[in-house]
Each structure stands twice: as C-alpha cells, then as structure tokens.
Design a protein around this ligand. Structure first.
Ligand SMILES: [Zn+2]
Length: 291
C-alpha cells in the first residue's frame, strides 16, 4: 500500500510517499515553509512526488480541528475560515484528513510506545500545543485534546504581557509556552524581531530575560501537563513538535515539578522516537485505518 502523505505544520509543510514494510518507509521526502494556502502547495508538490508511481490515496495531517475532510481553523496560521480539503485537492484522488496530534497518536500506537502502553498522550509543543489521546489501545480522535487552549493564567498583571491567542482567550497555555507565545514574549522582553530559536540561543548565552521567559514557560508546562494527567491517568506521554524535541531538557518539567499540579502519578515522559517524521508516519497509519 502506497500512500501520498503530507504533514502541514505551523512552520513547515512536509510531503512524502509512505510505504509499509515491517515499518513505514518514507520515500521522496520534500519540505517547504508552510504558506497560508498550503493546499495549493500540496497541488504543486504532488506531481513531483508522483513522477514514478501513483498512490492509493492522499492523507493530510493538519494543525487544527477537523470535521470530516474540512479543516475548521488554524489559529497559528491565521486561518479562521473552514477549508474543505476534499474540494481543494479533488484532482489528487481519494483524500483523508486528520488532525496532526491524532495522526501522531496513530503513529505511536502502531510503531511506537503503543507497543508497550495502551493508555498514553502524544503532546505536541510547537507553533501551538495540543495532544493526541490513546485509551485502551484506541485513538480517541475527534477534537479532543485541545489542552493548549486551557486558560492557565488569570492574573491581570501577567496578562498585560501576553497576546490574545487565536482561540480568542488571553492566558491559555499556548500564550506562554507555544512557539508563537514564546516568540511574542521574546520580542517584548529580550529584543524586537527575535524568534523562538533565538530566545533559546540568548538564554544559553546567559541573557537573564530570556532565561526568565523559559523558566516561566516550563512552569506553565508543569501546570498544563499536570492538568492532562489529572484528566486521564495515562501510562506515558510522548513529546513531539520542534520546540518539544529541540528544547526537551529546558522546557519539559520533571515529575516533581508536575506533581505540584496533580494528584495522579506523573507518567514517564519521553521524546517521540520518530522525531519530525511523526506527522508523515501518522498520516499513513491514520489513512490506513480508514481505507
Ligand atoms: Zn489559546
């Protein structure tokens, strides 16, 4: 089974052909910065991927809530109107659309920590924050796991410094700890025009304001993860997303730090073994379970 897979990230769009052997192999990979009209990018990328073979279907993992084959909105790409991907990509043949963290949950379930655990989260820390949920060996799916938009801060003195999130709230977890949130805070407190990567670079070079922003983001991560563990008593949490993968040691709190925010046992938290490929591999398994 050959599936043409795409992973639409808040900053990068990846495409590949995915084929199942003893595991999913990704062939002909491509990667570009994501444009708001990412569906046109997919239409441009597809002929380059299809030079040698035709896939059984196209599977797209997207960074926002999904209804059928329609992407409802993506706050981090400033897309607030629904996009029907079946219509936009109709020339490519059968289409499957999945929310990115749900797709990632399929990847972990089939080839990753699902081999060891039946109940776990896949938490993405990237441009945005959200989680895929596996319970009793099944991906819960739908629009569950939008933990990133849980409001964690209501202190007006702290809220004056954060931007209103795409979810229309101020003070949600994303406002302080997502790539977008951190870039905003970096621009405000460290230097105009800094992005999230620069912020971590500055902190490593000893910049006190940068260190403070990261320390606070880590505390909000402890709070957010504590809430997740309170919601479901899972056995493990797998971390994905560029921020989570690249800055794991700095921003993922210890069990002790998280314990302050939950009565439940804090499970083992590890980086996903798939790295940045989790979205593409997830797009494969997610489509495979439907076709
Ligand atoms: Zn939000």
């Amino acid at each position: 089974m050959l599936i043409e897979v795409y992973d639409v990230g808040g900053s990068k769009l990846r495409g590949a052909f995915a084929m199942l052997t003893s595991r999913v192999l990704l062939l002909e990979r491509m990667e570009e910065p994501t444009r708001p009209d990412f569906y046109n990018q997919i239409l441009e990328m597809s002929p380059k991927l299809r030079k040698t073979s035709v896939p059984s279907c196209v599977s797209v993992s997207v960074p926002g809530p999904v209804d059928g084959k329609t992407l409802i909105k993506v706050p981090q790409l400033n897309l607030s109107n629904p996009i029907n991907l079946e219509e936009k990509l109709s020339s490519l043949g059968p289409i499957h659309v999945e929310n990115d963290v749900n797709a990632a949950a399929y990847a972990e379930l089939n080839e990753g920590i699902g081999k060891e655990y039946n109940n776990f989260y896949v938490l993405t820390l990237s441009t945005g924050i959200g989680a895929g949920i596996v319970l009793n060996g099944n991906v819960i799916g739908g629009n569950s796991g939008e933990f990133g938009h849980c409001v964690l801060e209501t202190d007006p003195q702290k809220l004056v410094f954060v931007e209103k999130c795409g979810c229309k709230n101020k003070g949600c977890w994303c406002s302080f700890s997502s790539g977008n949130g951190l870039s905003y805070l970096a621009g405000l407190f460290v230097e105009k025009g800094l992005d999230c990567e620069d912020l971590f670079y500055k902190a490593k070079r000893g910049n006190e304001s940068a260190k403070k922003i990261i320390k606070e983001a880590r505390e909000y991560n402890a709070h957010g993860i504590g809430n997740m563990v309170s919601a479901l008593d899972v056995e493990a949490i797998s971390i994905m997303g560029s921020l989570g993968l690249n800055q794991f040691d700095l921003i993922i709190p210890s069990k002790q730090e998280i314990s302050k925010y939950t009565l439940n046992n804090v499970p083992k938290i590890t980086k996903t073994k798939f790295g940045e490929d989790i979205g593409l591999i997830g797009a494969f398994y997610s489509a495979k379970s439907f076709f």
